[in-house]
Design a binder for this molecule. Structure first.
Ligand code: NDP
Length: 294
């Protein structure tokens, strides 16, 4: 498709994340000046290559903004008891402000039990049921990083979201459900679509805002999108392009760009925002634990 046919404004997640990380860096410097070293413990179990890449990126980003990270790499055959013991140690360690356990975990470990074991004040992923409850109730919470990043990009692009009809495609605990809660608190009218939805395309076509978090390569084309709508594409999917693999979103970019008012690319959209919010949550946790924001 030629450039001339591109109508949608590109929402630059890389630039937004860089700006956000700069404010985090300043917060970290202020905390360090007052004797607090914001610290993130990262726990990785097993050899999943994608998880190793994610952890490497998180540790790198942390060091760039001055957050200390402590890596705990455990073998793939680690038992649940051993992992829970490590989490209890990290919970009790006043020098650790945030705990991130990289998912997915090996089959012998119950992910829910691990999330439940993390001190909610150190739960920088925002997955603990106390933080989920607080988010739904509209109380201060550590909120999940990916939907927080999506909301940031939407507010930056559209300003006040009040009264907008938002359609969230996907209802997972890490993206779809918290996204819907955040949009509701931002005064959107929210529709959540999932694999059992009837007439999904028609419902989506009524949206001012579309957040796609399905995990199906290029499922959403222009026929799903109201002209001028803002589209946030959370999906990260690998497709075969000749003899190479390529990352694509849940939206068919060129098709959607012809009708959308603004949209995020994949890569370079939501992905960088997720890591930026992990750093922001770590600093928030450190501030609250050291009572610096009270
Ligand atoms: P899940 O697989 O947990 O959830 C997918 C959701 O999509 C489910 O709720 C499912 O419905 C719904 N769904 C599946 N098929 C359809 C369909 N045909 N029509 C409508 N809804 C459908 O995925 P995640 O939420 O964990 O992730 C979604 C995508 O986002 C993935 O590509 C993932 O890689 C990416 N991701 C990106 C991140 C980033 O930083 N950019 C972070 C996290 C995720 P049902 O509940 O009925 O099964």
């Amino acid at each position: 498709m030629s450039q001339a046919q591109h109508h949608a404004q590109l929402i630059d997640g890389k630039a937004a994340a860089a700006a956000l990380l700069e404010t985090v860096r300043q917060d970290v410097a202020a905390l360090r000046a007052s004797g607090v070293i914001p610290t993130l413990a990262v726990v990785l179990v097993g050899d999943d290559p994608a998880s190793h890449v994610y952890v490497r990126n998180k540790v790198l980003r942390a060091s760039e903004v001055g957050i200390r990270s402590l890596e705990h790499r455990l073998p793939a055959d680690t038992g649940q008891h051993a992992l829970l013991k490590l989490i209890a140690t990290l919970n009790a360690d006043a020098g650790v402000n945030g705990i991130l356990v990289q998912m997915p975990l090996p089959a012998q470990i119950d992910e829910g039990a691990v999330i439940d074991a993390i001190d909610p004040h150190k739960d920088v992923d925002g997955f603990h049921r106390e933080n989920v409850g607080r988010l739904v109730l509209g109380e201060p919470a550590l909120t999940p990083c990916t939907p927080s990043g999506c909301l940031f990009l939407l507010k930056q692009t559209l300003g006040d979201l009040s009264g907008k009809h938002a359609v969230v495609i996907g209802r997972s605990n890490i993206v779809g459900k918290p996204m819907a809660a955040l949009l509701l608190h931002a005064n959107c009218s929210v529709t959540v679509l999932h694999s059992r939805s009837v007439g999904a395309r028609e419902l989506c076509r009524q949206a001012d805002i579309v957040v796609a978090a399905v995990g199906r390569a290029q499922m959403i084309d222009a026929s799903w999108i109201k002209p001028g709508a803002t589209v946030i594409d959370v999906g990260i999917n690998r497709i075969q392009a000749g003899d190479k693999t390529r990352l694509v979103g849940d939206a068919e970019f060129d098709s959607v760009a012809r009708v959308a008012g603004a949209m995020t690319p994949v890569p370079g959209g939501v992905g960088p925002m997720t890591i930026a919010f992990l750093m922001k949550n770590t600093v928030l946790a450190a501030k609250r634990q050291s009572q610096h924001d009270l």
